[in-house]
Design a protein around this ligand. Structure first.
Ligand SMILES: O=P(O)(O)OC[C@@]1(O)O[C@H](CO)[C@@H](O)[C@@H]1O
Length: 315
């Protein structure tokens, strides 16, 4: 079973607009609502793959009730933590030329009691978890060390941890040796405090995260592909993608692909790449089902193209 923890979930609202004109009233040509937050998306992708998952998330207010309804409609098992504040709504503005602008709200503040209940819910649910995926930003009230605490507790209970977060929360958690961390290129560059211009720069940054405690690093490099670095070596994976529709949730789909394929080694990387490539070709944060995957379009190699210049370098 893959357990996911999303401390700061969201009601994701996507508006399709012809173009973004600042200061103008913009009439949307389409809109959709998805239950969101990175761990929630991982659960949606795991469930779409036919594997068991439970999503732990604080839920409150009308947006929280909507998120619960949407997850229920998708058949996702949820362990909700009721909170007094209202779950945030995150907005995505998708322009017709494919450019997407996202506005992520800070989310509600969790009281000390709610934080405790969240940790207790993780403890109870983690009993039959093979993996616990801890994903996304922390809501107000949770200290940057919160994920570190969660990793320590989960390891003590014998579970493996996949962590997808950024900034101080990522850095603080490294010392507890998460089994895999999943930064994107920006998060990787931020973590090591230097720009990334080549695939080799990303390999060096991933090695540095391993030196600081991560057992494995699964880094998504956007259109360039994905990198897996662990104690056995480094692999690079990429896929042919016909047309990108939305990259919202693509990293979450990748992490789900990685975990459902065992969570280590090149086969899991190939599954991560296939899931990420399928997700970007679907609208909003729709997660792929097995029929959306095209494993034949995926290449994974141990000959990492270290000199390759990134299409989307991080300065
Ligand atoms: O603010 P965070 O927690 O970093 O990210 C939240 C979020 O952008 O991540 C998901 C896509 O990965 C969306 O469903 C959601 O809106």
């Amino acid at each position: 079973m893959i357990l996911t923890v999303t401390p700061n979930p969201s009601l994701d609202r996507t508006y399709e607009v012809p173009s973004l004109d600042r200061g103008e009233v913009i009439r949307a040509t389409g809109e959709r609502m998805d239950p969101g937050g990175k761990g929630v998306n991982v659960s949606r992708a795991v469930s779409a793959a036919g594997q068991r998952t439970v999503a732990i998330l604080p839920l409150g207010g009308a947006p929280g009730a909507l998120v619960a309804d949407l997850l229920d409609a998708q058949g996702i098992e949820v362990a909700p933590v009721p909170i007094a504040g209202a779950t945030r709504s995150n907005i995505a503005l998708a322009e017709s030329d494919g450019v997407l602008t996202k506005i992520n709200a800070p989310g509600p503040e969790l009281s000390v009691e709610e934080q405790e209940l969240l940790l207790e819910t993780v403890r109870v649910q983690s009993r039959d978890a093979d993996w616990i995926a801890c994903c996304g930003s922390l809501p107000r009230g949770l200290a940057p060390e919160w994920y570190a605490e969660l990793v320590a507790r989960a390891h003590a209970a014998g579970a493996r941890i996949a962590l997808d977060t950024s900034g101080p929360a990522l850095l603080a958690a490294l010392r507890e040796r998460p089994d895999v961390v999943k930064p994107n290129a920006e998060e990787l560059a931020e973590a090591v405090g230097r720009p990334l211009s080549t695939v080799g720069d990303a390999v060096k940054a991933a090695e540095e995260l391993r030196e600081r405690g991560a057992r494995a690093v699964l880094a998504s490099l956007g259109a360039d592909g994905q990198l897996l670095v662990n104690d056995a070596g480094a692999w690079f994976g990429s896929a042919q993608v016909a047309a990108v529709r939305s990259n919202v949730g693509a990293g979450d789909s990748s992490l789900a692909g990685f975990l459902i394929a065992g969570g280590s080694g090149p086969k899991a990387l190939a599954s991560a790449v296939a899931h990420g490539a399928a997700a970007v070709q679907l609208p909003g944060s729709v997660m792929p089902t097995p029929s959306d995957l095209d494993p034949a379009a995926v290449t994974v190699t141990a000959e990492v193209p270290v000199d390759r210049v990134l299409k989307e370098p991080v300065s």
